[in-house]
Design a protein around this ligand. Sequence first.
Ligand SMILES: N[C@@H](CCC(=O)N[C@@H](CS)C(=O)NCC(=O)O)C(=O)O
Length: 256
Amino acid sequence: MSAGVLSERANLPDINFFEVTPVQHAVKGRDKPRGGRYQYADRRSGENDMLKMWGRNTSSNVQKAMWAVGELKIPCERIDVGGAFGKTKDPFYLAMNPNSLVPTLEEDDGFTMWESNSIVRYLAGKHGGTLEPKDPKARAKASQWMDWQLSVIGPAITPVFWGLIRTPAEKRDANAIAAGKEKTTAAAKIMDEQLAKTRFMAGDDFSYGDIPVGVMIRRYMELVPERPKLANLERWFGEIAQRAPFKEHCGGIPLT
Ligand SMILES: N[C@@H](CCC(=O)N[C@@H](CS)C(=O)NCC(=O)O)C(=O)O
């Protein structure tokens, strides 16, 4: 956890008794790796359980899940696995997530699940608040944009991210990067049209429908500076980027 979290507390929504205690520690038992503990103690929820989120913080899918954790102020310990940290092919991890991918959610009672967007929906449904819209139509729209992130804008930006961030300059596939930029811009225009009509993706309130696409648009803004002017998208992104959980778990983490 960055020191910035504490200084950003003033920007958080109106929650009483909100405490953030960053702790770096070893996980006891099973030869597990180290991670960061996010002690979001929110007495409103009455939840004392500490959930675990397995996954490196540079993963866009982990970022979605942790952004939701931050919005919901759930006690959470994030543990670095995946990428250079490895461990995702270890038997203990495969038993939780046979895909060998991050993130994986683990609760105190042994419940585990994977798929970042499903994790976001599960946590929002379980812990209440406004992240999951109460109105069925707004909830459906939020879910729609989450699925669209997986099926459209995620696949569009992936070759751009991998080409520009994870591939040495001499090995880059310029055509694949250019095609990815074009597809991502086409997707961003669809979002821009929606955002001409509503303040957020699923209506006039921030919801989990903004989270997966928000993580993608953060990448778009950084990786495609030559993009066309999309005034509604930029207005929306400027707003969500002010949220403390976005800064903590997504915007403040360099693309690597
Ligand atoms: N659809 C899955 C995709 C998960 C996924 O592809 N995760 C990537 C990181 S963004 C991963 O685990 N890569 C291998 C690794 O980090 O070791 C989800 O949304 O959770």
